[in-house]
Design a protein around this ligand. Structure first.
Ligand SMILES: [Zn+2]
Length: 299
């Protein structure tokens, strides 16, 4: 149907208190497994790659593969750079055709984070591409960056307000207790903090590190402005577990389809469960202005 910007998808979700699944894509198989399931459920989705995955896939190939898939799909799909690690990476992805950009300056001092985000927004906005940014420190491992959970720093609501207003970002990723990677124990999310942050900012909130967050907590977060929920680890885990199973049961298998297809099926199952949790099924199409995007992308 359409390769759109994340904003076109997120605006409706934010207004109507449901969530958009943002799924990490590492290869053709995961891409196909995610999109096939989202199409079945008529759910709009965001597909995202970290800078590490951009390097692995090759930036042009990543864009072309996902754009070609999106244009044939029956649902709106956006391509998002997750945890953009520099102004240069963000610009490369913007030029290559990403329809959504995250710039992560959360490791920088407050003012420097704001300055970095402002530069990216100044470049992305005229192109109609929305920007996500993070304040506070979300724990865990993302690409090669590790933040131990005890050093993860919660976002202060008053800082959140200043940050969102000064940067003019489209989506905000605060630290309220989630972490990247596998949780060692059940995460305790600070809903009190999330509620205060949501009152202070008027843009959709992004939940990072949602793999392993209990379903009830994800649903609770949707009440407080969360409209984009990132899933990566869970997809990778079920994919590789299915591969291991096939390869150990049949050590002589060589045809990639024989071991990739069962792995893709497992990814699709996780995606189905997440979409139902987020309430985004049958939302693909509502409130979206595809023609506006097509005009822009044809320029
Ligand atoms: Zn993240």
């Amino acid at each position: 149907m359409a390769f759109v910007t994340s904003k076109e998808i997120m605006t409706d979700a934010y207004r109507n208190n449901y969530g958009i699944g943002a799924f990490a894509v590492h290869n053709l198989e995961i891409l196909e497994a995610v999109v096939r399931q989202a199409e079945k459920l008529a759910a709009p989705i965001i597909l995202q790659t970290t800078p590490g995955t951009v390097k692995y896939l090759g930036i042009d190939r990543a864009v072309q593969m996902i754009k070609a898939t999106a244009e044939k799909a029956k649902i709106p799909i956006a391509l998002h750079l997750d945890h953009g690690d520099s102004f240069e990476t963000a610009m490369k992805c913007l030029r290559a055709g990403y329809t959504s950009i995250m710039i992560d300056g959360s490791h920088l001092p407050f003012e420097e984070n704001i300055e970095l985000v402002k530069r990216v927004v100044a470049a992305a906005k005229p192109m109609g591409v929305p920007v996500e940014a993070e304040l506070g420190t979300i724990g865990g491992v993302e690409d090669d960056l590790e933040v131990s959970e005890e050093y993860a720093m919660f976002t202060q609501p008053s800082d959140a307000k200043t940050f969102v207003e000064e940067t003019d970002i489209d989506f905000f990723a605060p630290a309220f207790g989630t972490a990247h990677g596998l949780y060692k124990k059940e995460p305790k999310l600070r809903f009190d903090l999330l509620e205060q942050i949501n009152k202070m900012v008027d843009v959709p909130i992004v939940m990072h590190g949602a793999s392993g967050v209990p379903d009830v907590s994800v649903m609770e977060a949707l009440k407080y402005g969360v409209a984009k929920v990132n899933f990566s680890t869970e997809l990778k885990v079920v994919f590789v577990e299915a591969l291991r199973k096939v390869l150990s049961e049949d050590p002589d298998v060589s045809d990639p389809r024989k071991y990739f297809v069962p792995a893709m099926d497992e990814v699709s199952k996780v995606v189905a469960q997440k979409i139902s949790l987020l309430g985004s099924a049958n939302k693909g199409g509502s409130g979206l202005d595809h023609n506006r995007y097509l005009e822009r992308s044809n320029r």
